[in-house]
Write a protein that binds this ligand. Structure first.
Ligand code: ADP
Ligand code: MG
Length: 621
């Protein structure tokens, strides 16, 4: 027997482990199962290379709980350790990990929250144990079996023991505060979280299944079978050519058992230079979801679950995707602040963005109908990407699909081709008309359509920002909402229209209007428009409305801007001829009715005024 003292510098490690890792005690199991997995994978390599004479068999990892002795056992059939190896890897190496933690802890003491993801590897066992034991037998049969034991002080004991089967058993004597880990359901949920896709089969007790009774087919019998927790060959580790569409969908269900909607598209990631990365990303169906889902992508390192908050690894707009990213180049045990600075992580982000852009380009080219049918579901992700990621934006312009009120989908260049001949104004700017709501803005849309104009639907909370961006990037285009002005003003052509009324007559009209329209939020404009356009029309100036929408979205503090309207009076309309000939009270009444109608058509007539208008209408039946 040998007794020793672990490196003095880390003498303080045990209280620290217990104190500061309190919130993340769970990870001990992940660490120990990872070690068992590593030991098994390494052995497989050695056997393949002919460097081990052992009979490999089909190694698995066993997790057992013993309620009587209050112990958890993690047992592998991996390469095991010789006496010297325990000395080296456990007493020296494993502790150097712990020491590193200690140093980091000293430096970052103010940086609350960083401890969470600091891995202690093997020594995280002490977060939940009073005592930890190792029983191990090296794959090299000439080596003795070894027992190592440590009671949470720097002192440990080490002895050679009777021969055991190959592999390592870690025994955790669970401490008073951590008794919850002796519950089967607790361990099961941890294994399902961290170890669901680990490459070596993990057995955790048994489970009951129902089977047909072989002696009497009409009966079923209950049978106990080994309970394997994990799928050692998840879809992302396979080549895309091995997988069918259905395989991707069933893997999605495996990842998100509680999600009932099918994913819309998937992207299989596979790169080995300049870094290693595999994974499958899914575009989820976001229809009807107002909350953008986040943290749904799971990050793995060699099939070991690391985290599902990936916002430092993928660009923000892609956090709306789901799926799995697996990279050995992402450190398993790191703090968040470290991740952000990591060069590999930055490259990974760029790569993923590029892949997503390329995939969408590909779908656009080869399955445009498919893209069109799912557009409403995914466009928010794409718009968000265009607004926040320059590289993605460049690609996205090829496949971004504008929707018209007629139900057509058009890319920017298709839209240009279609609208340029009639929607270019006198300054050579292409005016793209849009609406927010087809029903509410029906009157204005109908007028635009009558002139052969195309009206787009830009209906979500990113629209205003997106249009602003496109206007600044695209040559000579401008977006205008159909109700932002009268159509001839929205798309101003060179034609000059003669005034029908004399200046004196117009002044008389102005006087009457001033008496009737007292509401200060209306600014009245008098224009000579074609006699067949409406006599009065209410508009909301584009600039003003857009500012208001952007302000609403960014939720800038302070009072929101008051509503502002413009009332355009088409003095060329024959109505004014009638009004000028009528007596004063009728004049006022006529203007009031026209004003009410103009407001009604855009939904701006409300409350008391609406009631009065309707009552008057009934009276005149
Ligand atoms: P890491 O896994 O990052 O190397 P750990 O502290 O988890 O650090 O483990 C330290 C070392 O102890 C491992 O590198 C390995 O050599 C050895 N070890 C731990 N667990 C096992 C095991 N189950 N079988 C064989 N060796 C192990
Ligand atoms: Mg480890």
């Amino acid at each position: 027997m040998n007794q020793g003292k672990i490196n003095v510098q880390v003498e303080n490690i045990f209280p620290l482990i217990k104190k500061f890792l309190y919130s993340d005690h769970d990870i001990f199991l992940r660490e120990l199962v990872s070690n068992a997995t590593d030991a098994t994978t390494k052995l497989k390599h050695l056997v393949r290379l002919g460097q081990s004479q052992t009979e490999l068999g089909e190694p698995i990892i066993d997790i057992k709980i013993n309620e009587t002795t209050k112990t958890i056992h993690i047992i592998d059939q991996g390469l095991g350790m010789s006496y010297e190896e325990v000395e080296k890897y456990i007493n020296q190496v494993a502790f150097s990990g712990a020491e590193e933690f200690l140093n980091q802890y000293k430096e970052k003491v103010d940086n609350a929250g960083i401890i969470g993801h600091f891995g202690l590897g093997f020594y995280s066992a002490f977060m939940v144990s009073d005592k930890v034991e190792i029983f191990t037998q090296s794959h090299d049969d000439s080596q003795d079996s070894v027992h190592w034991s440590c009671e949470g002080q720097p002192e440990y004991t080490m002895t050679k023991i009777d021969k055991r089967p190959r592999g390592t058993e870690i025994v955790l004597h669970i401490n008073e505060e951590s008794q919850e880990f002796l519950q089967e359901s607790k361990i099961k949920s941890l294994l399902e979280k961290y170890n669901k896709f680990m490459p070596i089969p993990i057995r955790f007790g048994t489970k009951k299944i129902s089977e047909k009774d072989p002696s009497d087919e009409t009966k079923t019998i209950e049978k106990e079978v080994d309970n394997f927790i994990n799928n050692p060959n998840p879809a992302w580790t396979k080549a895309p050519s091995e997988l069918k569409d259905e395989d991707y969908k069933s893997f999605y269900r495996e990842l998100y058992p509680f999600e009932f909607k099918e994913p819309l598209f998937h992207i299989h990631l596979n790169v080995d230079y300049p870094f290693n990365l595999t994974g499958i990303l899914y575009f989820p169906s976001l229809k009807g979801e107002y909350q953008m889902p986040k943290d749904k992508i799971q990050l793995y390192q060699n099939q070991v679950y690391v985290t599902d908050s990936v916002e430092d690894i993928v660009p923000e707009f892609l956090t709306m995707l789901r799926g799995v990213i697996d990279s050995p180049d992402i450190p398993l045990n790191v703090s968040r602040s470290y991740l952000q600075q990591d060069g590999n992580v930055k490259k990974i982000a760029t790569y993923i963005t590029k892949k997503v852009g390329e995939k969408l380009q590909d779908i656009f080219k080869n399955q445009r109908k498919e893209l069109e049918s799912k557009w409403e579901d995914i466009k928010i992700i794409i718009e968000y990407g265009m607004l926040t990621d320059t590289k993605f934006n460049e690609k996205a312009l090829d496949f971004y699909l504008f929707q018209t009120t007629e139900g057509e989908s058009m890319t920017m260049s298709e839209l240009r081709d279609k609208t340029a001949p009639i929607q270019t104004d006198k300054d050579g700017k292409l005016v793209l008309l849009y609406c927010k709501d087809k029903t509410e803005q029906h009157a204005k849309i109908a007028q635009a359509k009558a002139l052969g104009y195309c009206v787009l639907e830009m209906n979500n909370h990113l629209s205003a920002h997106l249009m602003q961006k496109l206007e600044s990037e695209q040559e000579k285009i401008v977006f205008k909402r159909v109700d932002a002005d009268t159509l001839d003003k929205l798309i101003e052509k060179d034609e000059k229209i003669e005034a029908v009324l004399s200046e004196a007559q117009i002044n008389t009209l102005k006087e009457i209007f001033e008496k009737v329209i007292e509401d200060k939020s209306y600014q009245v404009e008098y224009k000579s428009l074609p006699p067949n356009s409406e006599p009065m029309s209410v508009t909301i100036p584009e600039f003003f409305r857009r500012m208001q929408e952007m302000q609403m979205m960014q939720n800038i503090g302070g009072a929101s801007m008051p509503q502002m309207y413009q009332l355009v009076v088409n003095t060329n309309h024959s109505l004014y001829d009638k009004i000028l000939k009528a007596d004063e009270s009728l004049q006022k009444e006529m203007i009031q009715r026209g004003f009410d109608l103009a407001r009604l058509s855009i939904g701006a007539l409300k409350g008391e005024e609406l009631t009065a208008f309707i009552n008057k209408g009934f009276d005149s039946i």
